[in-house]
Write a protein that binds this ligand. Structure first.
Ligand SMILES: Nc1nc2c(c(=O)[nH]1)N[C@H]1C(S)=C(S)[C@@H](COP(=O)(O)OP(=O)(O)OC[C@H]3O[C@@H](n4cnc5c(=O)[nH]c(N)nc54)[C@H](O)[C@@H]3O)O[C@H]1N2
Ligand SMILES: Nc1nc2c(c(=O)[nH]1)N[C@H]1C(S)=C(S)[C@@H](COP(=O)(O)OP(=O)(O)OC[C@H]3O[C@@H](n4cnc5c(=O)[nH]c(N)nc54)[C@H](O)[C@@H]3O)O[C@H]1N2
Ligand SMILES: [Mo]
Length: 768
């Protein structure tokens, strides 16, 4: 039985008569995720895209025709040859008439595991062969941290694999304070593929060793009950105020570590003055924070003292970046850790998102695996990834980003492979309007999700089960030989082969393929990886030995992994990559940008939408968290995800107080709404949520029904129909989905049929 590697784990694939029957857990996985097996039921499901398809008006009347009816129109089946010719001709037309910057192909998304068949690497390399495209920068996961933390600590993404490991925590940490909790269900994921799930075991060993956990979150369940930890129910988006008050207490109780601040940081004088009230006349006392956070002043004060008296690890969840001013909780938490003086000690200091993904706190020897070479993008235009709707609506307009001023190019064509903008973006009704702007939208995917339905040209790709690849990422110790387990259904092709077909029509096949088939590329990347690994002192088996053995495990690094240990030992020899070489509690660079929404030090700003601004019209703060039963929108029609729905709707979790005050009970269908849109969800009454906060997981395929409700109603319950499309700040321009107020009422409209998982109408052309 061959192995397959996914973002949610590695599985054995059993087949019968050439079809995938079942996925079973990998023997090396101590905590396998139940998400993976769902894919077996989806490979031949009605949602599977079988043939290339073109939106009817586009095919009949050309680019730009009836773009307002995207998403509602039928598609026409075409042959691969016709699809390739149409795509090649359209790319030629757009670049000749408007230049390559008119092609937007940020193509953000998680796609699938497997090193060679990584959809974004494929599409970007291909477009670079034809002169480039407008790209995107940063992620939806933690854009605000990606931009602010390098100003403060000199790096962000590079720090994630360096996090202090769970075994060190178990041995040395006494107090673990988790802003946004430790959501073990999120640790099912490891981007790029994962072999053995370690988050639960890591956490449990820390619990067993007596580490005390504090969950600072609106949701009790964000910390597993085995920890018997403390829950400090905090109003969403108010963590910065709490952290500043913890800092204020340390400062005024004489508990700040002045020696550490002196030696390892710059700017404490400016930050300290702000804590004392300089600039806004508001000393950041626990009493000040209590009114903002809902946590009483004594609790904050006691926690600060306890943190100073213990070996304390602060963990701050990535979710805290996905809110307006999402830079600030990160900067404030780093300042708090610096004042505690424990950065670089075993089990103390700060971490960014323990349990959020399988690799945080799971040290792996760094192997510089080869990846598909990307070539050079001749277009310099870019957008911060979450500014997609602004790009489409405001061509020619300028925007700020990390100290620079840039201009949105004029987008005529969108090319997406491996991501689902109708999943990941905020205010989907606004995005839907913007989606009518480009003349052509091309989507490569394997299933008829909303992004495919809203495209003009849909090109069906394979899943990893239908192609040969290697699962390898420097974040995970397992290299998995992914054999082709089944033939692709219909006419689905590998992304690589789709692009080779288009490249042939554009005269760039040789440049794109270098004369290799997909399988030859897989071997080539492995051979390159062997050489690179050897140069770094690691031995990797040859390809035939790897495929025979099926997987290869890299031994963990020797010794304990403690983030910032070298910097702590010798800050002159191992400076941070900041202008001062130290932790910047005040950044002259950031201050110099002159942004009103991101000053030179961590600052409290009240978001536009949070419980502090709630009204009778919209009294509830909605958080759209990660789904525990799938990865984003992937496998939403699958059994595991479907089992969690209520009459087919995505659940909304509400506190007992909020449900009862509306006369609602578990299983009721409700309308969650605000001025941006509405979603129909099924109620789960929760004793784990603080009153005033409601939660809807992301991932339900957006299923609009304008006939039912003209506010833009998603029958299925996608929270992004409600979330605001505003930037975190001018600095990062990150997504701010978690700053969202709504109201909830019993749904009293007519019965609904959820059509999210129905494929569009497809017109078969004889002979096509
Ligand atoms: N409200 C709210 N919104 C959020 C978030 C939130 O917390 N709240 N979280 C955000 C975050 S952190 C993220 S990372 C994003 C995730 O957003 P995305 O990464 O866009 O979501 P996915 O559903 O993983 O999309 C991957 C797509 O790739 C397709 N695919 C899979 N394999 C292949 C392949 O081999 N080839 C091709 N061509 N396609 C393939 C899948 O079918 C799917 O359509 O969502 C963001 N959106
Ligand atoms: N099963 C599963 N796992 C996943 C994913 C998935 O789709 N499915 N997606 C993966 C991806 S791409 C990412 S980026 C990570 C994201 O990982 P996270 O960012 O941690 O994910 P969330 O589930 O959005 O948020 C975690 C918790 O943060 C809390 N929270 C939200 N806002 C606030 C706030 O303002 N203050 C405080 N104190 N707490 C708050 C919520 O209670 C929520 O339960 O997860 C990864 N893991
Ligand atoms: Mo993410």
């Amino acid at each position: 039985m061959p192995l397959t590697n996914t973002h949610w784990g590695t599985y054995r694939v059993s087949t019968k008569d050439g079809h995938v029957r079942e996925l079973t857990p990998f023997s090396e996985d101590q905590d396998p995720s139940p998400i993976g097996p769902s894919i077996a039921g989806l490979l031949d499901h009605p949602t599977r895209i079988m043939r290339p398809a073109i939106r009817k008006s586009w095919l009949e009347n050309g680019p730009g025709s009836n773009t307002a009816t995207r998403g509602q129109e039928p598609f026409v089946d075409v042959s691969w040859d016709e699809a390739e010719r149409l795509v090649a001709a359209e790319l030629e037309r757009v670049r000749a008439a408007y230049g390559n910057s008119a092609i937007y192909a940020g193509s953000y998304g998680w796609a699938s595991a497997g090193r060679f068949h990584h959809a974004q690497s494929q599409i970007h390399r291909f477009l670079n062969c034809i002169g480039g495209y407008t790209k995107s920068v940063n992620t939806y996961s933690y854009a605000a941290a990606e931009v602010i933390v390098p100003h403060v600590l000199g790096d962000f993404v590079g720090l994630l694999p360096q996090h202090t490991s769970w075994p060190v925590m178990a041995q040395h940490c006494e107090l673990f304070v988790a802003f946004g909790g430790l959501v073990l269900a999120n640790g099912q994921m490891g981007n790029g593929g994962t072999g053995n799930h370690v988050q639960k075991a890591g956490f449990e060993s820390a619990v067993k060793s007596g580490v005390k956990f504090v969950n600072v979150s609106p949701r009790r369940q964000d910390l597993d009950e085995t920890a018997s930890g403390r829950w400090l129910a905090i109003r969403p988006n108010s963590d910065t105020a709490m952290i500043l008050a913890l800092c204020h207490t340390l400062r005024h109780d004489g508990l700040a570590d002045d020696t550490f601040l002196e030696r390892y940081t710059v700017g404490y004088d400016r930050f300290g003055a702000y804590l004392d009230g300089e600039g806004d006349n508001l000393p950041k006392t626990p009493e000040w924070a209590a009114a903002l956070t809902g946590i009483d002043a004594e609790t904050i004060r006691d926690l600060a003292r306890e943190m100073a008296a213990s070996r304390t690890m602060i963990s701050i969840s990535w979710s805290l970046t996905r809110q307006q001013f999402g830079e600030q909780p990160y900067w404030a938490a780093i300042a708090l850790a610096a004042m505690l003086g424990q950065i670089g000690t075993p089990g103390g200091g700060i971490g960014f998102g323990y349990a959020i993904a399988n690799h945080v706190g799971n040290p792996v020897q760094h192997i510089p695996y080869a990846a598909l070479p990307q070539g050079r993008n001749a277009v310099s235009d870019f957008i911060p990834v979450a500014r997609i709707t602004d790009l489409l609506l405001n061509p020619g307009q300028s925007f700020d980003y990390n100290g620079g001023t840039y201009t949105y190019p004029d987008t005529r064509l969108i090319y997406w492979a491996g991501g689902n903008p109708f999943h990941h973006h905020q205010d989907l009704n606004r995005m839907r309007q913007a989606w009518t702007r480009p003349e052509t939208i091309i989507q490569q995917d394997w299933c008829w999700n909303t992004a495919a339905k809203y495209a003009d040209i849909v090109l069906p790709c394979t899943t990893p089960l239908e192609r040969e690849d290697i699962g390898m990422t420097p974040r995970d110790p397992y290299v998995i030989a992914m054999a082709k387990a089944a033939a692709a259904p219909g006419e689905a092709r590998d992304d690589y082969d789709i692009l080779c077909g288009i490249a042939r029509h554009m005269g760039v096949l040789e440049a794109f393929s270098e004369g290799r088939t997909g399988v030859q590329w897989v071997r080539h990347l492995w051979d390159q990886s062997i050489k690179r690994a050897k140069a770094a002192g690691h031995h990797l088996p040859d390809y035939d030995s790897l495929t025979k053995a099926e997987f290869h495990r890299i031994d963990p690094p020797e010794g304990d992994q403690v983030m910032f240990q070298a910097f702590r030992q010798d800050p002159e020899a191992y400076p941070l990559r900041t202008p001062s070489g130290r932790i910047e509690l005040f950044s002259q660079t950031v201050a110099g940008f002159g942004y009103d929404d991101c000053l030179g030090h961590a600052t409290w700003n009240a978001p536009d939408e949070w419980l502090g601004s709630a009204t009778d019209t919209y009294p509830l703060h909605m958080l759209g968290k990660q789904p525990s039963t799938k990865l984003h929108s992937q496998l939403d029609p699958g059994q595991h995800s479907q089992n969690a729905k209520i009459d087919g709707h995505e659940p909304v979790e509400m506190s007992r107080h909020d449900a009862e005050s509306r006369g609602l009970s578990g299983g009721d269908i409700v309308r969650v709404f605000n001025d941006r849109g509405a979603a129909l969800c099924g109620v789960i009454v929760s004793d784990s949520l603080m009153p005033g906060v409601v939660m809807v997981s992301t991932g339900a395929w957006f299923d609009l029904d304008d006939a039912l409700d003209d506010v833009g109603l998603c029958k299925h319950g996608n929270p992004n129909v409600l979330s605001p499309d505003i930037p975190t700040s001018k600095l990062s321009q990150g997504p701010a989905a978690h700053s969202c107020l709504v109201q909830i009422e019993r749904y009293q409209g007519p019965g609904v049929t959820i059509t999210a998982h129905h494929p569009p109408d497809i017109i078969r052309r004889d002979g096509a």
